[in-house]
Design a protein around this ligand. Structure first.
Ligand code: PMP
Length: 462
């Protein structure tokens, strides 16, 4: 067999990649012409590529490597667990220690009576569980007609049939027959882009009240649940106005509908709290988790479920749902050790007392840049809006995303990963980032913005 290793020339790896590997959310034919960037190793907040470049990862992979790359403790736990019990299922009246211990730890960290964990392999799978779980809950309660779930346009909840339907991403809906029936969407609380002349507070209330209007339109007796990310991540790191979540909570309480907080990005320290719900005072019945649960070292996700929902569904015969890898012992052992390390090393304190305050000061200062309309940051997730006109918060005349993509390309050229969502640049660095690394981050980001600005001017786009 030919050995394909890190030591092969980049071009050969790219050719094999193009020949055999289909990439997520990618036009493979276009990528094949350029060749994929090949990442070979990573340590702390830095990636190394096959050309030997050191790239600062301002996105913690896909918002997941919260504890930073290259932690030996996690590799050792995985090896030990593979030797002891590499796999067993949790279906047929069996359990195992990693699944038990991790569920107990998650229940300890989660607020209120969110005491029960249904495992999945990813955030998408967990949200598919949530669709079935809330519908089953209302069926057991004798209200099977309550099967509608309401979510938001430009929310992201995954890309399977169910979770992609919950999300409000039109390009996803456009392919493959989504959304599935009985999922409805309302407008997002994106003041900067959609708030017009309203104050953020007025706009937050107005957008939350769309939920009440939607419930009235559909019939309150038909609505099972509302789902939202405390802070939209893939939608562009959209921090809702302070008035938004209290009003959503009031409306869910008033109509007795279940509230699902999708904490796949905001969970496990990203916002400086264990869960984003705690930042906004949200009291969900179910939380979706993944990503930071294992810091991306192993694929694992799940739903944290409150007593009432877990007891109701669990007390009514079999819940006919599950995945082969629910509570996978290696993934669960790694996740547990990750949660222990976050606590032993007081990483949330580092976020709150060191990394956030310093990054926030330097990030906000980017608002002085001629291309930046707003810069915002909660914990260590943030975004900047690129605009041709700060005063009016105007969008560019070009197709949305054109300028964001140009900026992202400049970031890559300067060895920094920042992602773009339309014309917003988003960041979510590993939670362990130091002030010295933040200096490098800002220096590279500023250089990239300067080059992007100069390029736009040169091309007559500004
Ligand atoms: N929910 C949210 C809020 C997410 O950000 C994501 C992934 N970006 C998902 C769900 C889906 O998770 P996964 O990609 O693990 O299926």
């Amino acid at each position: 067999m030919t050995q394909i290793t890190n030591h092969m020339p980049t071009k050969e790896l790219q050719a094999l990649d193009a020949a055999h590997h289909m990439h997520p959310f990618t036009a493979d034919a276009d990528l094949a012409k350029k060749g994929a960037r090949i990442i070979t190793r990573a340590k702390g907040v830095y990636l190394t590529d096959s050309e030997g470049r050191q790239i600062m990862d301002g996105m913690a992979g896909l918002w997941c490597v919260n504890i930073g790359y290259g932690r030996k403790e996690l590799a050792q736990v995985a090896a030990r667990q593979m030797e002891e019990l590499c796999y067993y299922n949790t279906f047929f009246q069996t359990s195992h220690v990693p699944a038990i211990a991790l569920a107990a730890e998650i229940a300890k960290l989660a607020p209120g009576d969110l005491n029960h964990v249904f495992y999945a392999g990813s955030g998408s799978e967990a949200n598919d569980t949530n669709i079935r779980l809330v519908r089953r809950y209302w069926e057991v309660k004798g209200q099977p007609e309550r099967n509608i779930i309401i979510s938001r346009w430009n929310g992201y909840h995954g890309s399977s049939m169910g979770s992609g339907s919950l999300g409000g991403m039109k390009p996803i809906h456009a392919q493959g027959g989504l959304p599935i029936p009985d999922i409805h969407h309302i407008g997002q609380p994106y003041w900067y882009g959609e708030g017009g002349n309203m104050s953020p507070e007025e706009f937050g209330l107005a957008r939350a009240r769309l939920l009440e209007e939607k419930i009235q339109e559909l019939g309150p007796e038909r609505v099972a649940a509302f789902i939202g990310e405390p802070i939209q991540g893939a939608g562009g790191v959209i921090i809702p106005p302070a008035t938004y979540w209290p009003e959503i909570q009031r409306i869910c309480d008033k109509f007795g509908i279940l509230l699902i907080a999708d904490e796949v990005i905001t969970g496990f320290g990203r916002t400086g709290k264990w869960f984003g719900s705690e930042v906004f005072g949200i009291k969900p019945h179910i939380m979706t988790i993944a990503k930071g649960l294992s810091s991306g070292y192993a694929p694992i996700g799940g739903s944290i479920v409150c007593d009432e929902v877990a007891d109701t569904v669990g007390g009514a015969g079999d819940f006919n749902h599950g995945y082969t890898y629910c509570g996978h012992p290696v993934a669960a052992a790694v996740a547990l050790r990750n949660l222990e390390l976050l606590q032993e090393e007081s990483i949330l304190d580092h976020v709150n007392n060191v990394a956030h305050p310093y990054l926030n000061e330097r990030w906000k200062a980017l608002e002085e840049h001629p291309l930046v309309g707003e810069a915002c940051l909660i914990g260590l997730m943030g975004s900047i809006a690129l605009t041709p006109d700060k005063a009016t918060r105007a969008a560019f005349a070009t197709e949305p995303g054109t300028v964001g993509l140009r900026c992202r390309e400049r970031c890559f050229a300067n060895n920094l990963v920042m992602r773009h969502v339309n014309d917003r640049m988003v960041i979510a660095p590993p939670l362990v980032i130091t002030p010295e690394e933040i200096d490098v981050f800002i220096e590279r980001a500023t250089k990239s913005l300067d080059e992007c600005y100069a390029g736009l001017k040169a091309d007559g786009l500004l």
